[in-house]
Design a protein around this ligand. Structure first.
Ligand SMILES: [Zn+2]
Ligand SMILES: [Zn+2]
Length: 474
């Protein structure tokens, strides 16, 4: 990875940057006209409002291409063969053929041809082979099925080319960037003798060419997999936790035995490490539909997540063996159901999900009480709206405010001397432990409050995340 590539930019910025190659400042594409160049007809490929021919003063000594005078003018000002083909409106002839035809028509033309630098491309097309060699060198060891090529050209060149083309070029002239990108793509396929699938969106590999310096940056796009995990251990966090002492820097410290981690295992690494290794990737990022505390199990059908694989050098199409391997290596701590390739946009969707969740909680009461009193007191909370202030244990990272949460249902109350257990379904974002022990009155009403005694949490399990029902509603 090269230093100044836009890897630090967020995805959207990079996306805009990468698409710069397709919005070109050149004349409009006349969709009434047929061209011999196979271009996706999506409008975004072309600028729709660049054709400024209308309203300009026509120069009748030099009407636009494809008239012979227009072509002669283009040749006189030094247009190269590549650009001649691009702007002449004679799509079934090569640039050289167009030039020779013009020379045959007007024998003074050849001597008046100024061939310093093509004003439409500054001879950039001469660099195509050079650019393509650089690209091939960088993509050689990568596995991919799709590539997107973007090219960045100096603004003044684009403006200059636009000015000339809109005055003298044919109305269906192909924009400079589009033309260069197509030329680069064809040259790559010819050199590698392949038929790479070049795309305009969501590529495996993004190639960005700087037309000024001929620098080539290759960005391997992340891969995203969707699945659901069950966490059967009360000792592992969902995502990787850096060691509190060393913050994971400098290869760890004594207290983390050089791991850099506070907890050796996490759902992220138990799922992500086999994937990272299989895909020869740099790192992973884990995006869950919410999270549970370290000491809380995630049961039922599991919690939806997306794992992002960063800079994967390899690709795998068949995931089922990898799923088996992940489950085997996790040794009962974590299980996943599946890994389905997905898109980045799904992350926001699962992050914003507001699904109800069902839990079972068990706690100790400070005094033994009548069973009927316990049951009735707890059932008073079933269907109630509670007020929750941000719990003390998280208040250092969350804004302190009171939220209203709905307790949908409470059932299966079990009382065994001074231990009580029940199942509960609650609105997204309800703090269940706090609902029971009240967090010193920060949750109101609470089980502790209703019973009039202290409650000490023994354990909590998430039984189900009701995200499917949410989808049905939509
Ligand atoms: Zn040119
Ligand atoms: Zn450490």
């Amino acid at each position: 990875m090269t230093k100044s590539s836009p890897k630090d930019a967020d995805d959207d910025t990079w996306h805009q940057f990468s698409n710069a190659g397709y919005s070109s400042a050149s004349v409009d594409f006349d969709d009434e006209q047929e061209t011999d160049i196979k271009i996706n007809s999506e409008e975004e490929w072309f600028d729709g409002d660049d054709f400024e021919f209308e309203g300009k003063t026509l120069d009748w000594n030099s009407p636009p291409c494809p008239t012979p005078l227009g072509i002669s003018h283009m040749i006189k000002i030094g247009t190269c063969n590549h650009c001649l083909k691009r702007v002449s409106g004679k799509n079934n002839m090569s640039g050289e053929e167009i030039r020779l035809e013009a020379y045959a028509r007007d024998d003074s033309l050849e001597s008046s041809f100024n061939n310093d630098l093509c004003p439409l491309c500054e001879n950039l097309f001469d660099d195509i082979n050079n650019i393509v060699e650089r690209i091939i060198e960088k993509i050689n060891n990568l596995e991919y099925t799709t590539i997107q090529i973007g090219i960045h050209l100096p603004k003044d060149l684009i403006q200059e080319a636009h000015e000339i083309t809109s005055r003298h070029g044919a109305s269906q002239s192909m924009p400079l960037k589009t033309s260069m990108v197509l030329d680069i793509q064809n040259t790559i396929n010819n050199k590698l003798n392949t038929d790479i699938n070049f795309v305009k969106d969501r590529p495996d590999i993004m190639v960005l060419v700087d037309g000024l310096t001929l620098r080539v940056d290759v960005d391997v796009r992340p891969i995203y997999y969707y699945g659901r995990y069950r966490k059967l251990s009360r000792e592992i966090p969902q995502t990787r936790w850096p060691c509190r002492a060393c913050k994971g820097r400098n290869n760890g410290c004594d207290s983390c035995e050089g791991s850099g981690l506070q907890y050796i295992d996490s759902v992220q690494d138990l799922v992500g490490e086999p994937l990272r290794i299989a895909l020869d990737a740099k790192d992973t990022s884990f995006h869950g539909m919410g999270r549970e505390d370290i000491d809380v199990r995630m049961l039922g059908l599991g919690r939806p997540f997306i794992i992002e694989i960063k800079k994967p050098m390899g690709r795998i199409s068949e995931m089922s063996n990898l799923v088996k391997e992940i489950n085997k290596k996790s040794d009962g701590k974590v299980e996943i159901d599946n890994l389905i390739k997905t898109e980045r946009s799904l992350i926001a969707k699962i992050k914003n999900s507001r699904s109800d969740k069902s839990y079972t909680i068990r706690f100790k009461i400070s005094e033994e009480l009548e069973e009927e009193f316990i049951t009735n007191s707890i059932l008073e909370l079933s269907g109630a709206i509670i007020n929750q202030e941000t719990p003390r244990r998280v208040s250092h990272r969350r804004a302190d405010k009171i939220r209203k949460r709905r307790i949908v249902d409470i059932n299966n109350i079990i009382i065994e001397s001074n231990e009580v257990e029940f199942s509960i379904r609650a609105e997204a974002g309800t703090y269940i432990k706090e609902l029971v022990h009240s967090d010193e009155g920060r949750t109101n009403p609470s089980v502790s409050d209703k019973l009039g005694i202290d409650c000490e949490i023994l354990w909590l399990d998430v039984n189900e995340i009701h995200d499917d029902e949410e989808n049905k509603d939509n």
